[in-house]
Design a protein around this ligand. Structure first.
Ligand SMILES: NC(=O)c1ccc[n+]([C@@H]2O[C@H](COP(=O)([O-])OP(=O)(O)OC[C@H]3O[C@@H](n4cnc5c(N)ncnc54)[C@H](OP(=O)(O)O)[C@@H]3O)[C@@H](O)[C@H]2O)c1
Length: 275
């Protein structure tokens, strides 16, 4: 039995689906279980009886990782896979998600120091961040207002990440490793928006606003100021610098990582109908 924390999240949902499809018993931890496969057992907090493998999502665990790992060991869990991040070793000020409460470093350290079999997955930015950044605007019109048009990302499709997580949970090849997982190409934010436009059959234009306007807009949407400031600083640093691209997804899955164009096509319905 695999216990998946954050099961309703970006990676958790496809991970549960892939495990269930592979015939693996899954206990999914989610406060909002809508859309999870009916054959998965859904709980609203981790229940470790009968669990052999654990997927640890820091967003869902919060400050509770030591307790979770302690319980996992007490219940005979053999393997734990951490969802960490490519920037986990950076100065905390350069990890904007810490301002949202994500304790990626603490979770990775607890997992790798647990004495259990472990894998720490270190992805770069999720392609799915495009929903929060741009989807609402794109549904309304063809102009997309955002910061730093030339900031670069190497966005990873959540299916790739979920497939690698399946390998980490079920196979032994990745044990004791911290693969840095990226999409297959570096793209600017302007190029990403254009790619979404191609997927929905509309010509979208990226209209750059000042970093200060972008910061105020993020805060107005409920993001902590530290997160907004850190994210914008990260974008500013990336202008003119290609985003890190690794071959790890290809190496693990035996096929190239999925492109952002593929992600946009898979999710075109979220951004609105083709004009
Ligand atoms: N987004 C990126 O680009 C990126 C890149 C690298 C690493 N990461 C890391 O990956 C992790 C997941 O990030 P994500 O953005 O993809 O989140 P997510 O997996 O979509 O969120 C996971 C799930 O956690 C649950 N959750 C959220 N807040 C919670 C809270 N306060 N208490 C308990 N449960 C909560 C929610 O499920 P329910 O509401 O159903 O319980 C949510 O579906 C984070 O640690 C993040 O730093 C993200």
């Amino acid at each position: 039995m695999m216990l998946v924390t954050g099961a309703s999240g970006t990676v958790g949902r496809p991970l549960v689906e892939l495990l269930v499809a592979a015939g693996v018993k899954v206990r999914a931890v989610a406060r909002n279980p809508a859309g999870l496969p009916a054959v998965a057992e859904v709980v609203d907090e981790p229940v470790l009886e009968g669990v052999t493998g654990l997927f640890a999502n820091p967003r869902a665990i919060g400050d509770g990782v030591d307790d979770l790992i302690g319980q996992a060991k007490a219940h005979g869990v053999r393997r734990v896979v951490a969802l960490s991040a490519a920037n986990v070793d950076d100065d905390p000020d350069r990890q904007p998600s810490r301002f949202r409460g994500d304790r990626n470093r603490e979770v990775e350290r607890a997992v790798t120091g647990s004495g259990l079999d472990w894998v720490a997955l270190r992805p770069t930015t999720f392609a799915a961040n495009a929903f929060g950044l741009w989807a609402e605007q794109i549904r309304r019109g063809d102009a997309v207002y955002g910061s730093y048009a030339e900031a670069t990302w190497s966005p990873i499709h959540e299916l790739d990440l979920a497939e690698v997580a399946v390998r980490a949970l079920l196979d032994d090849d990745l044990l004791g490793t911290r693969p840095v997982l990226t999409g297959p190409e570096s793209l600017t934010q302007r190029e990403m928006v254009r790619t979404v436009g191609d997927a929905i059959g509309r010509e979208l234009s990226y209209v750059e606003m000042t970093a200060e306007t972008a910061r105020v807009a993020l805060v107005a949407r409920g993001f902590p100021d530290g997160f907004a400031t850190g994210l914008l600083a990260m974008q500013a640093r990336s202008v003119g610098v290609p985003a890190l691209v690794t071959n790890e997804v290809h190496r693990v899955l035996g096929r190239p990582a999925l492109t952002f164009a593929r992600w946009a096509a898979d999710n075109a319905y979220v951004f609105g109908r083709a004009a």
